[in-house]
Write a protein that binds this ligand. Structure first.
Ligand code: 13P
Length: 349
């Protein structure tokens, strides 16, 4: 890791620079296929490439995005070129948009044995070799998603699911740092369920606390990591809905309790929130963090690494129509811009 130490820290700082966030465009082939099929497009390599290309080549989008997370296939793809020379996506990001390429390192979720309803993340086998290859291909940061489900009646999350999540994230983070990839640490706590916001906060505290204990045991350099958590919110089917202020307060309180100040940035996922909600909640959090009140002070950047909340409306506008590319790109830049404002607490709705 020593060989890459300075570079890793610089990567982490660049990715959470004020006013910039991360585009999570790393849906697996199956998941992006579902999104494409929902707007009537087939799940072909060309359609996947065109969808990615729309974002990566949108004029000016790099002002608001410091990086993009990619799936294996996308990291090696190029622009269509339309009969002209094709440009590798990595070059588009780095040279045209001043963005850093990132790579999804996990291989998805599998049922956790003897733990009904819970999952663990696959992908530790061969991780070092893949990290080396991806660095050579131009990736500079990585992501690994672990998923925790809340279901209090069934005692979920179990202690074992939390341990598995923390262990996987720590092994991954240590391995990535050894090979020059700055690890984003993603313990996603699903918003499915009817639980109250206080339950989400309690579970998140438990999970994130375990994750940092594990990162410590694996000697992960925290200055060269970013956290990618869910915001603290009530379960999707909970009857008591929370205001943006309540979500911001619970989220900040939780993060202040368990995320060390050595971590430079917290890059939230959108996790099923609408585009508008994700922007407003991030903005409220930053307004609070910048309010000067001691109890809400945040030692880390609070930014975004959204997938659906940056792409959904753009995909619905584009629907694969070449005549709509420019409009869709303008919309992509606008969605990125408002989230950039939200990282500064300056979004006005
Ligand atoms: P969403 O913002 O759509 O939740 O996706 C972010 C992500 O990268 C999940 O792993």
């Amino acid at each position: 890791m020593d060989k890459y130490k300075d570079e890793l820290v610089e990567t982490a700082l660049a990715l959470c620079a004020p006013g910039r966030g991360i585009l999570a465009s790393d849906e697996s082939t199956g998941t992006v296929g579902k999104r494409l099929e929902a707007v009537g497009l087939q799940n072909t390599a060309d359609n996947r490439r065109d969808f990615r290309s729309l974002f990566y080549t949108a004029p000016g989008i790099g002002q608001y995005f410091a990086g993009a997370i990619m799936f294996h296939e996308t990291l090696y793809q190029s622009t269509d070129g339309k009969g002209q020379e094709q440009t590798p996506f990595v070059d588009v990001l780095v040279k045209q948009q001043d963005m850093l390429p990132g790579i999804k390192m996990d291989r998805g979720l599998k049922p956790l044995p003897n733990a009904p309803g819970e999952t663990f993340t696959e992908g530790l086998d061969g991780l070092a070799d893949r990290a080396r290859q991806y660095y050579e291909a131009g990736a500079r940061f990585a992501k690994w998603r672990a998923v925790i489900k809340i279901e209090p009646q069934l005692g979920l999350p179990s202690e074992r699911a939390i341990e598995e999540c923390a262990h996987g994230l720590a092994m991954y983070a240590a391995t990535c740092q050894a090979h020059g990839l700055m690890p984003m640490v993603e313990p996603e706590i699903l918003i499915d369920g009817a639980h109250h916001i206080a339950t989400s906060a309690h579970v998140a505290e438990r999970v994130i606390h375990h994750v940092y204990a594990s990162l410590h045991r694996y000697n992960v350099l925290l200055e060269a990591t970013l956290l990618k958590p869910q915001m603290i919110m009530p379960g999707m089917s909970c009857e008591t809905r929370s205001s943006s202020e309540e979500i911001a307060m619970f989220t900040l309180r939780t993060m202040r309790r368990v995320v060390p100040p050595a971590v430079p940035g917290i890059m939230f996922l959108s996790g099923g929130q609408s585009e508008e909600e994700a922007t407003i909640n991030l903005n409220t959090m930053n307004s609070l963090a910048h309010s000067g009140l001691r109890e809400w002070r945040a030692p880390w950047s609070l930014s975004f690494s959204y997938g659906r909340a940056l792409q959904s409306s753009v995909l619905s506008l584009w629907k694969g129509d070449p005549a709509k590319v420019e409009d869709a790109q303008r919309l992509a830049v606008e969605v990125a811009r408002v989230n950039s404002l939200a990282t500064l607490g300056k979004y006005q709705g």
